[in-house]
Design a protein around this ligand. Structure first.
Ligand code: CMC
Length: 391
């Protein structure tokens, strides 16, 4: 067994070769297909970024138009699918619903099970990107007891999603363009992040030849954990618990005593400011201004907490900086989402990254089933003892 390298948490193991996303954690750099995340967040749109992640290049105007038409063509869910939601308890966590519902897509699209067919792989990618907002919005509507709103395909990806979440049928839904822009930017910021836990889960599941819907459901299950995508929900809960800037020193003391972690801080790869967090902070300002909540007490707590932590030796020694989840919760909350939807939005946006990584893996001629080994630390071989002779 000594022949294997032991690398708990895979801190120094590259599991694949990839051309999709580059991170330099020391410099705080994140590039998708070579393009810096801040440029994509300020100049691109989520759908355009999806195309970039999937195809490797930014689309021409006509390529973009075709892509957008294709995605909007796939936004509907089969009417039978709606009954699926009703099987869940009213108070089910929407992430529980997402894991089940997305996995169930493989029961609806049998043609996608042929993963060797490049056309089917492409269609599966389109279906997933297109249907995630519809499924996520239904999970939300179900939890608040409102009827489902069908997709409206002349709206942008982000606006259509907001409408499916917040429009009450028969009412003309008008959303502030600042919120649409913020939603789109949040999606861009979460679109991909190389071999994080959920993406590695998708690749490992996919390495056995499992169908793409099953693989993405596995990714969603992994994302739910509080150390990963669940952190945005935990971060907002933490800010609420702190409540006022005066309580920050007491809270920080608890972190140092290791009673709890500062959620939304720290990252396995970034040992510098997470470049996504910077954009997210700007977005938070914009959304709070658009919703008249500039003086939101949680925002004041977050800003003060960040300032205190960035001056504190404990955090600086360990190179702990705000990550993407530190400000996302405040932004989503101001947009009207309950905390239980935060990780769902992360999953919605990360779907393109997962599926792009899955496709890259399937199309890699060197691809093998993922099969890590172990260092066995259990009992040596011994003889079975019948129950009558066990002391
Ligand atoms: N608050 C307090 N201490 C921390 C934190 C934190 N948020 N993060 C790390 N540390 C400490 C940790 O206790 C350890 O200290 P020591 O060396 O004295 O034992 C040191 O910093 C190194 O941490 P680690 O646990 O070895 O780091 P890791 O790379 O295994 O963990 C992490 C990375 C993101 C899981 C962790 O920083 C964390 O739990 N952060 C809070 C949860 C969070 O915000 N997650 C979202 C990550 S970004 C979005 C995403 O990709 O999902």
């Amino acid at each position: 067994s000594d022949a294997f390298t032991y690398d708990p948490g895979f801190t120094s193991t590259a599991s694949c070769e990839s051309k999709i996303t580059f991170i330099d954690g020391d410099q705080g750099v994140l590039l998708h297909r070579g393009y810096p995340i801040d440029q994509l967040a300020s100049q691109s749109s989520f759908l355009e970024t999806c195309y970039l992640l999937l195809h490797g290049e930014l689309p021409t105007a006509s390529e973009y138009e075709t892509f957008e038409t294709t995605i909007t063509r796939h936004t509907m869910l089969h009417a039978q699918f709606d009954r699926f939601f009703e099987g869940f308890r009213r108070d089910a966590h929407p992430m529980a619903i997402m894991t089940g519902a997305v996995g169930a897509l493989s029961a609806f699209y049998h043609d996608s099970l042929d993963i060797q067919d490049a056309t089917q792989r492409e269609i599966s990618a389109h279906r997933l990107i297109a249907k995630m907002p519809t499924i996520a919005a239904r999970a939300f509507k179900y939890s608040v007891g409102q009827p489902f709103v069908h997709p409206k395909n002349n709206l942008s990806y982000a606006e259509n999603f907001l409408r499916m979440c917040f429009a009450v049928p028969a009412e003309d839904y008008v959303v502030d363009p600042a919120l649409v822009r913020a939603m789109d930017r949040i999606f861009i910021l979460h679109a991909d992040h190389e071999q994080n836990a959920s993406t590695s889960t998708v690749r490992l599941a996919g390495s056995s030849g499992a169908n793409p819907f099953a693989c993405i459901a596995a990714g969603i299950a992994c994302l739910w954990g509080p150390s990963h995508g669940g952190a945005n929900e935990e971060a907002l809960n933490m800010l609420k618990e702190i409540g006022t800037p005066e309580r920050i020193p007491e809270f920080i003391a608890g972190v140092k005593d290791r009673k709890y972690k500062l959620m939304g801080f720290g990252h396995r790869v970034y040992k510098n400011y997470d470049p996504r967090a910077k954009v997210m902070q700007t977005s938070a300002y914009e959304v709070l201004a658009a919703t008249g909540r500039e003086n939101d007490p949680l925002f004041l707590v977050a800003k003060e907490l960040e300032a205190v932590a960035l001056k504190d030796e404990f955090f600086m020694e360990r190179k702990l900086f705000p990550n993407v989840d530190f400000y996302s919760g405040i932004t989503l909350s101001a947009m009207g989402f309950p905390t239980t939807m935060f990780t769902v939005l992360f999953a919605l946006a990360r779907t393109v990254g997962w599926i792009a990584q899955w496709k890259e893996m399937i199309e890699d001629p060197g691809q093998k089933i993922g099969r890590p080994r172990q260092l066995y630390t259990g009992s040596a071989a011994r003889d079975f003892v019948p129950v009558s002779q066990r002391g």
